[in-house]
Structure formats: structure tokens, C-alpha cells
Design a protein around this ligand. Sequence first.
Ligand SMILES: [Zn+2]
Length: 364
Amino acid sequence: MQINQYFSAEYAEARQVFLQAARVAGADVVNFENLGPGQEDGQLFTDVALLGPEDAENLLVLISGTHGVEGFGGSGVQVGLLREGVAERLGPNTRLVMVHALNPYGFANLRRFNEDNVDLNRNFLDHSESYPDNKEYDQLADVIAPRSFSFTANVSAMLRILIYRLRHGNARLQQAVTHGQYSHPQGLFYGGHFATWSNRTLNKIIEPYLTRVSRAGVIDFHTGLGPYGYGEVILNYQEDDPAYRRAVMWWGEERVKSTVSGESVSAHLSGTVKQAFARMLPDAELTAVGLEFGTLPPMVVFKAIRAENWLHHYGGVDHPGAEKIKQQLLRAFYPDEDLWKQKVWEQGRLVVEQALANLQVETP
Ligand SMILES: [Zn+2]
């Protein structure tokens, strides 16, 4: 099947396939190297493919790999779009910016978090201000991201999580765990205390458009939440916000969900990429969304992140369970099945094409 060739098995392959597809499509390409501690030269890059006129009035940004290991799905869609001639369908007044592997460390090392253990999609807030607290996370911190992974420690941790869920409900548990926290640097969904490399890189990529663009769409590709292979368009806005109404116009009521109303598969988050664009392009009419593809049930995904985080901080790469834990994490975010890839490609392409078509239309 041809679409299988859009999706890669590892970061290095995904990068080469993306760069090659970008060259063939005639895109300008810019590479940003991520050189973290212990990192060899020439390994990790955020690559950007640029198509359409530089001074266009409309801008569409497609981002993969904000959450590292989640990058395989979005990368596949980006490659498919390049190979299937998205460049020819841009229209005269649209610039397309494809950001490949925004968190290349996580993509290459099969982590959801970056080289600083930061969840990039919680990192885009004003670091000169005080951080939001997450008291619920504090209460559960030692069971969400435990130091010990012994059988008894795990059983008692899962019991505490279960009791919390029975008392407060699923939505509140998800909010407590995933909202983002700024006080446990080795925990999960940690937002960090400075603007990370990927954060600064995204600012550099978007900076040239600050004064040029009057309408912008942003699609940030994610995986791991929701029904298997289904793509939900997620916004942080209220349902009466013009951006929400625009998103419904572009993609239809069925697919578009708000985290504010609680109807989305995602909890309401702080410091997201979507919020960053509102600051980076303050004068543009902005429609910034996440596109989240479901994989496995939430508890399976949570356990996979939890185990990998323990391995990273405490278990060590030589731990006998390391390979299995990494594979579980990979498959929680990237099912190795043709059907899943096909669903991601078809809906990914559709959502991007709908965005492109609607960007050309003046908002009434
Ligand atoms: Zn994600």
C-alpha cells in the first residue's frame, strides 16, 4: 500500500523521507539543529519545509512531533501531502510552513517529553510570571511518577489512582494528571521553568510572519487520545469565541471540540502551542488547533507513559525491561497497523485541505 511509505519506523528515517519529499515538491528547507547534552552532531533536527509565496497574506502551519514519540502520525501526513502535490493546491496567496519534529529529542528517543523532561505543550507560557498550581497533581505526584516500580509499589499506586477516580470521576483525574504541572521536574506533563529549545525554535520559525500575515491556520498533530484512528480537532477557546465558530465552519461540528466545555478528549491545558501562536501572531485572524488521533484506551496509554518516565529517571537504559517499556510507549502513540495509518492519512489530509480551502475565503 502506497500510504505505508509515508509513515516511518524511526525518527532518522522519518527525517530523511520528509526532507526528500520536500525537495521533490520544490520546497525551501530550513534545518534547526538540537544539540543537547551528550548529543552528537548531525543527529537531531527540527526541519521546516516552506511552500508558497513568502509574503502571502494567508499562512498555514502544520506541526509534527510536539510530543516527540507522537511525531510518527503527523510526519506521515506531512510526507503524504508533499508527495501528493499539496504545493500545487496552495492558491496564489498562501504560505505553507511544515514543521517536522518540533521535539526531535523525544521523537528520536521515543519519549513524549523533551531533553529537559518538559512537556512542550505545557511550556508556552510567560516564564516571568508565577506558574499555575496543580494541587491535585501534587496530591498524587508520587503515584503518577513513582520512584519505585516494584510489584507492591505499583499495586498500591494503582489503588490510590482508582480511589481518586471513584471519588472525583474520570474527567477530574484526567485534569489532575494531564493539565500540566510546574513543581515536579521529574514528573509527567511537567511544563518547565524556562522556554525550551523547541519553544525558542518555533518562535524563530514564525517570527518572519509577524507583520505579514492577516489570516493564519495552525494544525498541531498529536496522537494518544480518543477512539482508535479518529481525528478530533481540539481548541482551547470557548464555544462562543470567533475562533471556535470559524473552526466549526472549516471542519464541521462533529469533529471540532473545545477543552473549555469539557467535551474534548483532551483536558484543558496550560501553556500550549496553540496559545503560543496567539502571542506570536497577535494581529492575525488565527485558527490554531490540535488534531488528535486516538490509539489505545486511556489507562493503557497512561501506564505506558508512566513506566517510560520511571525507566528514564530511575530504571536506566540497561534495565532488563527497558526494550519492552520503550516498545509499549511507541505503540501507545503509534500503532503498527495499516488501518490506523490509513485513517490518520485520510483524515489528516482532509483536515489540511479543508483548512487550505477556508483560508482563501474571507470571513463574513
Ligand atoms: Zn500530544
